[in-house]
Design a protein around this ligand. Sequence first.
Ligand code: ZN
Length: 109
Amino acid sequence: MTLDASNVFKLFETPTATVARRFNQPNAASAQMAMEAGGAEVKCPNCGTVIQVQVDFVPGVALNPGSVQYPNGGSLACPTCSHGINVRPVRAAIEQAAGRRALDPQPVR
Ligand SMILES: [Zn+2]
């Protein structure tokens, strides 16, 4: 079995989503409704740079500082070494965690 290093990532909630959950009714349905964007830290398999990728669920969400928008097409260029990172699994995991589909296409920043 081979571990695919390109799939090394962890999900996190954006500050927007965290705040929304904190101040809305604490049931699961409204938490999902309030989640406007999700994010994940992706590690470049080539140089180890950690990149924060943001996936938006609704139009008009601000890009969190330090994050990059999910690239339409699913290939993210590492800002350090330009290596192309497949972030499709990241989007799928964020959608699964949120229980809803992300915007398609994602806004282009
Ligand atoms: Zn890199």
